[in-house]
Design a protein around this ligand. Structure first.
Ligand SMILES: CSCCC(=O)C(=O)COP(=O)(O)O
Ligand SMILES: [Zn+2]
Length: 231
């Protein structure tokens, strides 16, 4: 075993190299990472784990993982075989550097894509219990039932990595947003742990699905000023 393979050889099921394949398989079953796109990155101190680009994310193994330094994204461990690290890597690193997140998830869920087709610059929803599963900025206090969830929507680019700047800009403009939607593409959501990133992605996906259904039924997801909320 070469030295750098120690990064991906652990019997601990919670080690990032073991967790990422398992979480990607779960996300595939949800329709979030089909057709090879999307995935999750987990940071472990000064390194981060990411999957290869363009591979079937439901079939990856610990030895397929890339390990990169957090400060300059240099590769300290690669699987070889001509693979490249996920094109989502610079976007995952936005979450690490701008928010101090330890995990970031990218999905191509149709619920999020539909939300970007029905809303303009931001997706907004209030008066829903699942809002309580989301944290301010994805990282600190949980939102309350009385808060409005606001997720910015940025325009897609032909190459995934070129989303980096737009995503960073949106994160600075919306410091309370727990994620960034990408029009006709999907969403990035992060958290202080992989568990919280996963749970928040599930809550936001649920809220996007519900919001889309409400809008298609002619209902508002946020009441106008002065309008009573249906109890
Ligand atoms: C059909 S996937 C298109 C590229 C994309 O959106 C993406 O998320 C790429 O992720 P990868 O990890 O395969 O580089
Ligand atoms: Zn993508």
């Amino acid at each position: 075993m070469c030295n750098s393979d120690q990064f991906v050889s652990s019997i601990d099921p919670l080690h990032p190299a073991n967790l990422i394949p398992q979480l990607c398989e779960n996300m595939y079953r949800q329709g979030w990472v089909t057709g090879t796109g999307g995935g999750i990155s987990i940071r472990d101190n000064n390194v981060a784990y990411v999957a290869p680009s363009g591979v079937q994310k439901e079939r990856i193994n610990p030895e397929d993982m890339f390990v990169l330094t957090v400060n300059d994204r240099s590769v300290v461990r690669a699987p070889g075989r001509g693979l490249k690290e996920s094109a989502c890597t610079p976007l995952f690193f936005n979450a690490f550097s701008i928010r101090g997140a330890l995990s970031c998830i990218h999905t191509h869920s149709q619920n999020t894509v539909m939300a970007t087709l029905l809303w303009g610059k931001e997706f907004r929803i209030s008066h829903q219990e699942m809002i309580k599963g989301v944290r301010k900025g994805g990282m600190s206090d949980a939102l309350t039932y009385l808060d409005t969830l606001v997720v910015p929507i940025i325009e897609n680019t032909p190459n995934e990595e070129d989303l980096m700047e737009g995503m960073a800009e949106a994160m600075h403009k919306y410091p309370n947003a727990p994620g960034v939607l990408v029009r006709r593409h999907g969403i990035y959501v992060w958290g202080p742990t992989w568990e919280k990133a996963k749970a928040q992605t599930e809550c936001i996906d649920y809220l996007c699905e519900l919001g889309v259904k409400m809008r298609l039924a002619g209902m508002r997801t946020v009441p106008d000023d002065g309008e009573a909320v249906i109890p």
